[in-house]
Design a protein around this ligand. Sequence first.
Ligand code: MLC
Ligand code: AMP
Length: 492
Amino acid sequence: MSLLSLFDPSLLGRADAPALEFDPADGSRFTATFGELERRSNRLARVLESRGLKPGDRIAFFLANRVEIIDLWLAGVKSGLIVVPINVLYRERELRHILTDAAPTAVVTTADLAGFIPAGVPVWDVVTLNAEAASQPSERRIVPCEERTPVSLIYTSGTTGASKGAVLTHGNFIANGRSLISGWRFTSADRYLCTLPLFHVHGLGNGIHCWLGSGCHMRLTERFEHAKAAAWFEDYQPSVFFGVPAMFIRLLEVPMERAPAIGRRLRLAVSGSAPLPAEIHEKFRERYGSVILERYGMTETLMNISNPYVGERRPGTVGLPLPHVEVKILDEEGRPVAEGTTGEVWVRGTNVCDGYWRRPDATAAAWKDGWFRTGDIGSRAADGYITLHGRRSDLIISGGFNIYPREIEELLLEQPGVREAAVVGKPDPVRGEVPVAYLVADPALDETAMRTRLSSQLASFKLPRAYVRVDALPRTALGKIQKHLLPPWTPS
Ligand code: MLC
Ligand code: AMP
C-alpha cells in the first residue's frame, strides 16, 4: 500500500479545492488546488524518469521551503523513489557525509545553494526541472509499492558523530499520518500554517501529511521568521500551527492586545522536537487562550507519544502513547521500571522505521526483538502520562535542530593549535540549548580563522556560541572527559 492511499482523497477526490498558498521572499504568491499539485507532480515524475531515475534510486533535495519540495515528494511517492531531504543549513562536512552515504543520483537545489554541494555529485537546478516539467503530459503513472517499500532516507545525528539515514517506508508514514489526522481531529475545514522546515519529519511527516491526508488548506512560508509571525497569523487565521519550542517562545513576544484574537482561531497548536518548558506552556495559554498540545517523536519513529486532543494537555509531559505505538520504560538491565521511576524509553509500532541505511551494526545496536531504543529517559505516572527527563547521550537540541557534540569536537581537534576539545550544551532562553566549546589550545591559536573554517564546514546552529580556554579537561582515571566538571560559562 502506497502513501497515495493517504493523499488520494485530496489529490483526486478534492481536485478543485484550494490546497496551498506560498509566499516566496520575492513578494509574489503561488496558489494551487489539489488537482494542480497532482498534475505538477505527475509531470515532474516524468522528467525524473527521463533523466534515468528508477524505483529504489535516491534523489536528494537541499532546499529552503518551496513548492517544488512538495512536487518532488509526491513524484517520489508515485515513482517508487527514495527521497533524501537535507537540512538547508548543512555545510561541507555534513553534506559530504550524507551524499556519500546515500549516493543519490542527484541533488535538487537552487543556484545560490549549489556551491555548497561537494564536487562529483550531480546537481539538478530546481528551476530547470520545473521548466522541463511544464511540457510533460500530466497523467499519472504509478509504480506499485508495498507498505515496506522505502520512500525516504532522513539523516539523524548518531551518537558516534556520523549521521545515519533512517529508512522510512510508506507504511511508517501512513501509520503516523492516519493517527495524527484522527487523533488531532484534522478536517478539510482546517487552515494549517506551515513555517517548519520540510527537510525534517516534523514539517514533512506531520505537517505535509496531515495537510494532504485531511485535504485542508496550507500556507507555506520559506521559514519561521519571528518578526513576521504575528502578521502571518492575523492575515491567514490558521486553525492549526505546528512548531518547535523556540517558535512558541518567540510567539510570546506578540503584543498582549493582538494575541487573543489569534488564539481564538487556533484550535490546535502542537509543540515538539525538543522539550517545551511547562512555564512556556502556561505563558502561551495566558497570552493566547490556547493550550499547547505537546507530543514526542523522532526521525526513526515518527510520532510516538502525544497529549490528548480532548482531555488534559498536561504541561511538562508528552502525554500518552499514540494508538499504534507500544511504549516500555526499562532500566539499564532491561527490566521495566516502577511507576514514577526513570528509565530508557523503548517503542514498537508500525511507525518505527526498518533500520539505518547500510548500517547493520547501528541497526543491531538500536533494535532488540522489534523494539527500538530511543535513547530518551522517561518516566510514566500512575495515570499513564509520560514525562521525558533528558537523553542517555549528550545530544544538544538547539531550536529543534540536533547537535552531537562529538561531531564538533572532531572538527575542533583537526584545527591547528587545538590540543583537546569538549563541547557541551548550555541553556539558552530561546533556543533551549546552544553549544559551547572548551578548548585546551596553544596560546597562539587564531580563533578568528578557526571560526571561519568551522562556519564553512558546519551548519550555523552547530557553531559554538563561545570558546572557553582551559588548562586541562577534567578526566576520570580512565581518561574519559567529565563534562559536568567543566567550569561554568555565562553568556556575556
Ligand atoms: C534558520 N535559518 C534557516 C532556517 N532556520 N534558513 C533556512 N531555513 C530554515 N528553516 C537560518 C536563518 O536564516 C539564520 O541565518 C540562522 O539560521 C539563524 O536563524 P534565526 O531565525 O536567527 O534563529 P532562531 O530565532 O533561533 O530561530 C530558529 C528557528 C529554527 C526556530 C526558526 O531553529 C527552526 O526552524 N527550527 C526547526 C527545527 C525542526 O524542524 N526540527 C524538527 C526535527 S524532527 P543567517 O544567515 O541570517 O544567520 C524531530 C522529531 C520530532 O526532532 O519530534 O519532531
Ligand atoms: P531527531 O533525531 O531530530 O528526530 O530528534 C528526536 C529527539 O528530539 C528525540 O529523541 C527527543 O530527544 C527530542 N524530542 C522530540 N520531541 C520532544 C519533546 N516533546 N520533548 C522532549 N524532547 C523531544
